[in-house]
Design a protein around this ligand. Structure first.
Ligand code: SF4
Length: 337
């Protein structure tokens, strides 16, 4: 069981989406370290601190950012996703362990196997001394919020009342529900209610966003300034567990596409292209990330044009990338006629 830190506030950081129901069932407060890094006041400073401590320039920004926020915010316990995510996390976890931080591993199995995932979840639950019944109870509680997130998503692509960035921010934050599900739900209710007063957004180009969340701060706003809109955030939507109505929690995390192969992502993306009338896709890749290689498969298998963007350090989009987005949108306008 994780020990209290000097803030005595029961926070547990994590490096990638985990079955958060387990943490809530145990009475701890989960914190997605990625979100904490990217929303920090000076994310670039976080990178510089990690580099000053020896992290190489060619290590991805998210790894360095996570390292710095763990120390900056005095986390005593971190859940490291060592299977189904990034191999850099394994070394990061060792470095943090050397700094005296308790590391709890969570490993998605390589293949989508109910048996293996059940075992992985049981090992994880044993760290927190919670039972299946307690985890299932936490699931029911969070499912109520997940249902509202599904509604927000529909309000984005069916009713056209929600912007791409609003969709992104709520879905990406559903990995930890800000560690305060009640506050998260209240803010979500407020936004959903506010949409009643809005008029539908009328963009001429509808985009899907694929890949890890962007390190850029202004991508969605820029796309909307150029007359287009993101109506599908692939990975962020996955974080929200749109399969929450799976009766059991293992089934829910078996449907989660992020930890598994690219082939499993294709039907989910193709369904979204049809359902959401998407003209083109932006595939965001992070500099120095192995996930860039998936671009080959996505380009081969998906049915609409793809623009691949690469981001390195936090900040606004550079001029060259702005030009590439503009050219892509013009091309899509030409195709859409
Ligand atoms: S962006 Fe890629 S390299 Fe960086 S932490 Fe995520 S999976 Fe790992």
């Amino acid at each position: 069981m994780p020990g209290p830190n000097k803030n005595n506030d029961r926070r547990v950081g994590f490096t990638a989406t985990i079955p958060v129901e387990v943490i809530y069932a145990a009475g701890y407060k989960p914190v997605d370290l990625n979100n904490l890094f990217i929303t920090s006041e000076h994310p670039t400073l976080m990178l510089e601190k990690a580099e000053a401590e020896g992290f190489a320039r060619n290590i991805c920004a998210w790894i360095k950012g996570i390292y710095s926020v763990v120390l900056e915010h005095d986390f005593r316990t971190v859940i490291a996703v060592t299977g189904g995510d990034c191999s850099n996390t394994i070394a990061l976890a060792e470095v943090l362990e050397n700094r005296g931080i308790e590391i709890i591993p969570f490993e998605y199995p390589r293949e989508r196997s109910r048996k293996l995932l059940t075992e992985a979840m049981e090992a994880f639950m044993s760290h927190f001394h919670v039972s299946w019944a307690e985890v299932q109870e936490a699931k029911q509680w969070l499912d109520r919020i997940r249902m509202k997130l599904r509604k927000l998503d529909r309000l984005t692509y069916e009713s056209n009342l929600v912007t791409g960035v609003e969709n992104h921010l709520f879905l990406v934050s559903s990995s930890d529900f800000w560690g305060e599900p009640e506050r998260f739900e209240a803010e979500l209710d407020r936004l959903i209610h506010e949409t009643h007063k809005r008029s539908p957004i009328r963009e001429d180009i509808r985009l899907g966003y694929l890949g890890v969340p962007p390190v850029f701060g202004d991508l969605y706003q820029l796309i909307e300034e150029k007359g287009a809109r993101v109506v599908f955030n692939e990975v962020q939507r996955q974080f929200s567990m749109p399969f929450f109505d799976e009766q059991d929690i293992v089934g829910q995390y078996l449907h989660y596409t992020y930890p598994y192969d690219a082939a499993g992502r294709i039907p989910d993306i193709e369904r979204a292209i049809r359902e959401r009338r998407i003209h083109g896709l932006i595939h965001y890749t992070q500099t120095f990330c192995y996930r860039q290689i998936y671009d080959i498969i996505l380009r081969k298998r998906l049915s609409v044009p793809i623009l691949t963007l690469e981001g390195d350090r936090p900040g606004n989009i550079d001029t060259r990338t702005v030009l590439r987005i503009e050219t892509f949108l013009e091309m899509l306008r030409g195709v859409a006629g």
